[in-house]
Design a protein around this ligand. Sequence first.
Ligand SMILES: NC(=O)c1ccc[n+]([C@@H]2O[C@H](COP(=O)([O-])OP(=O)(O)OC[C@H]3O[C@@H](n4cnc5c(N)ncnc54)[C@H](OP(=O)(O)O)[C@@H]3O)[C@@H](O)[C@H]2O)c1
Length: 184
Amino acid sequence: MFEITGDIALVFAMDAERGIGWRGELPWGRLSADMRRFRRLTEGRCVLMGRATADGAMGLVRQRDRTMMVLTNDFSKKPDLPSHMRMYGSVEQALRDWHDRTQQLQPLMVVGGKQVFDQLHPVANRAYVTLVGGVWSSDRRMCDGFDLRGWTITAHSSAVEDGVPMHFLDLWRPLRQWVLGWPG
Ligand SMILES: NC(=O)c1ccc[n+]([C@@H]2O[C@H](COP(=O)([O-])OP(=O)(O)OC[C@H]3O[C@@H](n4cnc5c(N)ncnc54)[C@H](OP(=O)(O)O)[C@@H]3O)[C@@H](O)[C@H]2O)c1
């Protein structure tokens, strides 16, 4: 058992029915205000994602100004990784490497997709959520375990783009975080 002393942050956008993904991409395509916020939040950080999200159309893997940490069970899929990308076979391995690289002084930004949010949301103490107006065709939804009512809003702003309203929420909750599995 080990203690998480640093910030673990979820970064995601969801629609009115918690939709987050559609056929490997974002349900609403690209909303530039949301993408700008994403880039600002993750720049220079350790950014943890699932292999499907890394493969998707978010252009994430090209962003060399952050450390891309990808979870996968199949390391043969990407034998030649660029230097800013790392692969891990378990959440524990990824958390340990984040700890070793940053001493937990820099936040770990968890950017999805659904499988990864399912596993990491219980240990997150910060969340940067974009509420996207409307209901979009989705085949991936944010897990029910993530409940906005359990969080304090520390900042809030809004934007409208191509008629689509967005609310940007910065959330925090006090969390004593002990995680099983990483020897310490
Ligand atoms: N709205 C948003 O904010 C947002 C953010 C991110 C993604 N998305 C969307 O979400 C969808 C993708 O989500 P998803 O749930 O299908 O996939 P995902 O979570 O991105 O990736 C799933 C894959 O990650 C690997 N993985 C997950 N947990 C692991 C673990 N503990 N150990 C080892 N490997 C692990 C496995 O890869 P292998 O199959 O290689 O073993 C698994 O198939 C896309 O539509 C994407 O656009 C939305």
